[in-house]
Structures are given as C-alpha cells and as structure tokens.
Design a protein around this ligand. Structure first.
Ligand code: CA2
Length: 145
C-alpha cells in the first residue's frame, strides 16, 4: 500500500507565521509525524510540497498506477483549481482532502473547494492530526476492498 501526501503553496512556511491559525509546528515536523504514522500503519509514503499548480498536477498524474491513496492539502489552490480536480479525476485514485485550519469558519473565499467534489472525505480543523486521520481512512478503505 503506497500513500502520496500532497501539500500546496506556502505550507512549507508552517510554523513561521500565523501560529494562531496553523499552529507553531514546522513543515519538517509535519513530515516527521506523517512518516512516523506511515511506519505504524505499514504504508509506503511519499510526501511532496510545491508552490506551483502544474507541479502538483504532474505529481498526481505520475501517481497513476503506482499509488493507492492520496492525501491532499491543496492550500490556496483548494479554492481556485479546476486543474487539480481534473487531475484527481483523471487518475481515479482514492483521495482525502485535508485542511489544518477549520476553513468552514474562515473567509467566504475559503468556502469553495474544487477538489472536494472528487475526494471521499474532507477533514478540516484537526491540525496535523487531520493528515494522520486521512491516512487511517485510506488504509481502512483499501483493506475493505
Ligand atoms: O488550513 C489549511 O490547511 C489551508 O489549506 C492552508 C492554506 C489556506 O490557503 C487554505 O485556505 C487552508 C494556507 C497554507 C499556508 O499558510 C501559511 C501562511 C502563513 C504562514 C505559514 C503558512
């Protein structure tokens, strides 16, 4: 079972600013938590972050045929990107959308998510734990099928 964790623009800046929204832990610490959880689950893991929409599309396309589940936090591209939605639809890999903050309680422009139409679950406002919950879900869904 191989999982791909995708993170969108500015998530590499976690812990540097806005700790009241995103917490004070860094992106490196998020990656450590994801890797440790993957080891517990016995999953292979790849983590990828990009500030560029096309790079994220390329990564989703490259996952076709080799990845069993995608955890995606598209960050600001959540609210703008039809390209990411289309890429997920194109590869057909089960996916879960994750947001560190509770976007449902934030600005109007954060109420739209294009990838949500495809994702099997959306987890918001659970901080870094949301990524681990998404991994649990994808592993469980895979074991049932
Ligand atoms: O809550 C989330 O996980 C978000 O996807 C984070 C995005 C935001 O655009 C989404 O609406 C919700 C922002 C990610 C990076 O934000 C930072 C901003 C300042 C300092 C560090 C990170």
């Amino acid at each position: 079972m191989k999982l791909l964790v995708l993170n969108g623009p500015n998530l590499n800046m976690l812990g540097i600013r806005e700790p009241e929204v995103y917490g004070s832990a860094t992106y490196a610490q998020l990656c450590e938590q994801i890797r440790a959880h993957a080891a517990i689950l016995g999953a292979q893991i790849e983590i990828y972050q990009s500030n560029h929409e096309g790079d994220l599309v390329d990564k989703i396309q490259a996952a076709y045929g080799s990845v069993d589940g995608i955890v995606i936090n598209p960050a600001a591209y959540t609210h703008t990107s039809v390209a990411l939605l289309d890429a997920l639809k194109a590869v057909g890999i089960p996916a879960v959308e994750v947001h560190i903050s509770d976007v449902s309680k934030r600005e109007d422009f954060r109420q739209i998510s294009f990838v949500r139409q495809y994702c099997e679950r959306t987890i918001v406002g659970h901080g870094f734990a949301g990524y681990l919950e998404a991994m649990d879900y994808l592993m469980g869904a895979h074991n049932e099928s």
